[in-house]
Design a protein around this ligand. Structure first.
Ligand code: C2E
Ligand code: SIN
Ligand code: SIN
Ligand code: FE
Length: 506
């Protein structure tokens, strides 16, 4: 039977007596509905109360009697309670009120407060602790899900690995309520663990540590590929590989998880707490998901780094190959010795001074290197003919730009470099080949290159004629402004030759 505390004659049960014939029924209803019933005076002093569940009764023995109900509430909730009392007194309405009882605040109640006479109020409350707990757990789960989602997005956006891991560790601190966390990465070359990211450390004790597999806590987790929980590190510290000053951190509990992706151990995720860890199932689950995400992020970053490295290696190999081709061509055409590297230089200088973007420069360069690659298909008798070409020979010779395109088109990597091999014999006035493009129809890189090519051809010995002087060659270029060449590029070429002193010698 519930215990009833009485302080005045004007008690709850007497009150209910005023309603004839209702005592037992109303009392029964109250008992069935309420977990706590309180009779208060108008200021909130408890006149009488009754817990209707044994566990509450045991928890709050005589806690309430003769005290103001407000004193049992936190100050903020007490203020709200005062306002409610005022409103109930003024309006006579029944008002709802949610509260928990100090000091533990572990019990939550949902109450109705109403007037039951001129001088008394009644508060009827149901315990909603379970509901509250569920609500806060749901809130926590929503926050954790949101955190996982934001980490997923960060992984998908290819954020820098260090930044990503520190975001992850911050989430750990906020949502798992732990003091410190760290991530160690395995260096596959040395098979050592290096500290990568950390949060919550007061000292630099671990930052510069390197651990072999099996060494230290992280090393053991990595070697055994199993999570490790140590409730009290102080018992564990002796004889381990702890760095100096590690004890200054005053950590108590430890949780280490291996970071594994596609069967490979990539690192170790560690959590440190200065108080005991409360390991409920949700907490552990969340930690596991986070470490899974960390492993994915690390795996992605490694893939990306490898890809970048092999791209760089591939492109170096490609460039070595095309330079090899060009050198072979120059060797075959003995008169063209050094021609390729000179035209590449002049073209690059023109491109720079005419504001060609850095990113396109590499394509201009490759195009210049490969400009006459089509000549590999021109027979020796034509290429090395010591005199003028016949019409038929000239037809064949004029195919060398198109031959270059046929040769290089299958190499997608060279696609942006094809303008020069293809269009370097077009002329500004539309009289060139292979397509008789005119003016700005001719790609800019080819307009730059054409000047470099003709200048260098003229100052070199050819099977069909001797080298011209630089002065004559420069004069020829100038004379062809607006005919063979783009006038703007000619102006730039003239500046360049003046500053380089090409015109000086004869
Ligand atoms: P290349 O010898 O490398 O010459 C490239 C370009 O420089 C020529 O393109 C032309 O625009 C200019 N050029 C070279 N030499 C002279 C020259 O003596 N006078 C003038 N005004 N311009 C010159 P083009 O004319 O389309 O010729 C393309 C390629 O055809 C030349 O490359 C060369 O390999 C070959 N070729 C041209 N003319 C003859 C020739 O009379 N005999 C032989 N055997 N080959 C020739
Ligand atoms: C660690 O695993 O976090 C470093 C401490 C140690 O060396 O054991
Ligand atoms: C090649 O594939 O050898 C040519 C590569 C290049 O020019 O860039
Ligand atoms: Fe050519």
């Amino acid at each position: 039977m519930p215990r009833v505390h009485r302080v005045a004659d004007d008690t709850l049960e007497n009150q209910l007596h005023y309603l004839p014939g209702t005592v037992s029924r109303l009392g029964g209803i109250l008992q069935a509905f309420a977990d706590l019933t309180v009779l208060l005076d108008l200021d909130g002093t408890v006149l009488e109360y009754r817990f209707d569940t044994p566990h509450l009764q045991n928890r709050f023995p005589d806690l309430l009697l003769n005290r103001r109900f407000q004193n049992l509430l936190s100050s903020e909730v007490a203020l709200r309670f005062d306002r409610q009392l005022l409103q109930v007194r003024e309006s006579g309405e029944l008002l709802a009120f949610e509260f928990s009882l100090q000091p533990s605040e572990e019990q939550w109640f949902d109450a109705r407060i109403g007037l039951c006479s001129d001088s008394q109020l009644v508060l009827v409350a149901r315990e909603i602790t379970d509901h509250k707990r569920l609500e806060s757990k749901l809130g926590q789960q929503v926050r954790r899900l949101a955190a996982l989602r934001s980490i997923d997005l960060a992984i998908a956006s290819g954020l820098d690995l260090k930044l990503l891991l520190s975001i992850l560790l911050d989430q750990v601190a906020n949502l798992l309520h732990v003091d410190a966390g760290s991530i160690w990465l395995v260096n596959p070359e040395t098979n050592q663990l290096a500290f990568s990211s950390g949060m919550g450390f007061n000292t630099n004790a671990v930052q510069s540590a390197r651990l072999r597999l099996g060494e230290g806590l992280a090393g053991q987790v990595a070697l055994e590929r199993k999570s490790m929980i140590i409730p009290d590190l102080r018992l564990n510290i002796a004889g381990s590989a702890y760095p100096p000053h590690f004890a200054d951190e005053q950590f108590l509990a430890y949780y280490g998880l291996p970071l594994v992706a596609k069967g490979k151990t990539l690192g170790v995720f560690e959590i440190y707490n200065r108080a005991p860890l409360r390991l409920d199932a949700d907490w552990v689950e969340f930690l596991n998901v986070l470490s899974g995400q960390a492993a994915i992020a690390i795996d992605n970053a490694i893939l990306f780094q490898d890809l970048q490295r092999s791209n760089v290696e591939l492109s170096l190999a490609y460039d070595a190959t095309i330079e090899g081709w060009a050198r072979t061509l120059d060797l075959r055409d003995r008169g063209a010795k050094g021609h390729t590297s000179r035209v590449v230089d002049i073209t690059t200088q023109l491109a720079l001074s005419m504001g060609v973007e850095k990113d396109s420069l590499i394509h201009v360069r490759r195009g210049a290197i490969l400009h006459d690659i089509g000549k590999v298909a021109i027979p020796d008798e034509i290429l090395f003919k010591p005199g003028p070409l016949t019409d038929a020979e000239w037809q064949i010779m004029q195919q060398h730009p198109t031959l270059a395109v046929n040769l290089l088109a299958p190499i997608s990597y060279l696609a942006p470099a094809l303008d020069i091999p293809r269009w370097h014999h077009e002329r500004w006035d539309g009289s060139g080949y292979p397509e008789r493009l005119r003016g700005e129809q001719i790609p800019f890189a080819a307009r730059l290159f054409a000047i470099a090519d003709v200048y260098d051809a003229l100052v070199s010995d050819r099977p069909y004629r001797k080298a011209w002087s630089q002065t004559d060659a420069i004069q020829y270029i100038e004379s062809q402004s607006g005919k063979q060449f783009d006038p703007r590029v000619v102006v730039e070429f003239m500046k360049l030759t003046t500053s380089n002193g090409y015109a000086a010698s004869r």
